[in-house]
Design a protein around this ligand. Structure first.
Ligand code: SF4
Length: 359
């Protein structure tokens, strides 16, 4: 008989989030120890393979072409450049390379073929390969799976209700559809979000509600703290207090016990003590390197020193799931008819900043 998976309610998640902090961390740490090696933290590297010029209007993102930021539109990296970056990341302790492209959705053609080759190349280095390329069809997900993709990242970002305050160029359902397509291909799912975008606590819990009620739950959930960037509609938002991050990580751990929680953007403003609290509460991965796509991140040597102080060991690759086999690319370039939505709603703040932006 299969065990019935719990269906979470928003009230239950909010109650956990608001419980006394030390009780919350103790409960989360206990669940973490039952399901994970609490002294292992994965080091992952996030590499932007195609930076800037994105047609979307995500209010937090300096890569959106419509906002005036210091991020310029750059040509795509070559497979060789990615291979060199992956080898360097591996030497410095990373067991996962996540490649990001500033696209609305994956389009058939030379650039996608190149990403498929990158996946093949990095998998051959025995690293976990993750991609974040925007919306993805079932066939595209399958093609990446056949190349050896281990994980696909597609964040829901926030609650369904607050999503309309952040992004107007796509809908929440599109996000869920891509996650479903990834799931069907057998690639593991990485999906999380950002806190500190002006959302309420209910929205934070609402995001966890969406993720925790996915069947199966995502293997990986990144929790980001907003890094506000000049020129974006969220440029004036202050960094969130570390206590919010700890509560968020701990609540995630309790509602998704087996998931790998990734302490992602925003670590530059977190003390080591604060990060240690997050590891205690269930975070089991950091992103290494002085840049996270385009925003600042602590340098790897500082992180390795923190590991030393805390007695943490970097997680070995494929310790949770087997390494995918790379198969021959039999793709014939047939077009799928899929229409991603373009919601009609407008976000005034995004419009205002787009007005100031470069074309
Ligand atoms: S978050 Fe991704 S989809 Fe949104 S604007 Fe930035 S690069 Fe584009």
């Amino acid at each position: 008989m299969t065990k019935e998976v719990k269906q979470w309610t928003i009230e239950e998640i909010e109650k956990i989030y608001h419980s006394p902090l030390l009780d919350l961390v103790y409960r989360a740490a206990t669940i973490h120890r039952e399901n994970h090696n609490a002294n292992e933290v994965q080091i992952s590297t996030l590499l932007s393979v195609k930076t800037g010029g994105c047609p979307e209007d995500c209010g937090y993102c300096p890569q959106a072409a419509r906002y005036h930021t210091d991020v310029d539109n750059e040509a795509m990296l070559s497979v060789k450049q990615v291979e060199i970056a992956a080898k360097r990341a591996k030497l410095l302790g990373s067991s996962r390379l996540c490649m990001g492209a500033a696209w609305r959705n994956v389009k058939e053609g030379k650039e996608f073929d190149q990403v498929v080759e990158m996946v093949r190349t990095v998998n051959a280095l025995d690293m976990e390969v993750c991609c974040t390329l925007g919306m993805l069809t079932e066939k595209q997900a399958q093609r990446l799976a056949d190349a050896g993709l281990y994980a696909y990242n597609h964040n829901v970002d926030t609650s369904e209700e607050y999503y309309k305050e952040v992004i107007s160029t796509r809908g929440y359902d599109d996000r869920l559809k891509t996650i479903e397509n990834v799931r069907k291909s057998g690639v593991t799912v990485c999906s999380g979000g950002i806190i500190g975008m002006g959302e309420s606590i209910k929205d934070r819990c609402g995001m966890l509600l969406t993720l925790a009620n996915l069947k199966p739950q995502p293997e990986s959930v990144p929790i980001n703290a907003l890094v506000s960037v000049e020129g974006t509609p969220m440029e004036d938002l202050e960094p969130i207090p570390i206590w919010d991050m700890i509560r968020m990580v701990a609540t995630t751990r309790i509602v998704m016990p087996k998931t790998t929680i990734r302490l992602s953007a925003g670590r530059t403003t977190m003390s080591r003590e604060g990060q240690a609290f997050c590891f205690m509460a269930g975070a089991a991965s950091i992103f290494a390197g002085d840049k996270l796509l385009t925003t600042p991140n602590p340098d790897i040597y500082g992180d390795l020193e923190m590991f030393d102080i805390l007695g943490l060991t970097p997680t070995e690759p494929f310790s949770k799931h087997a390494q995918p086999e790379t198969k021959d690319d039999e793709y014939e370039g047939e077009k799928e008819k899929i229409r991603w939505s373009r919601p009609a709603h407008k976000i005034e703040k995004n419009l205002e900043y787009a007005g100031k932006g470069k074309k």
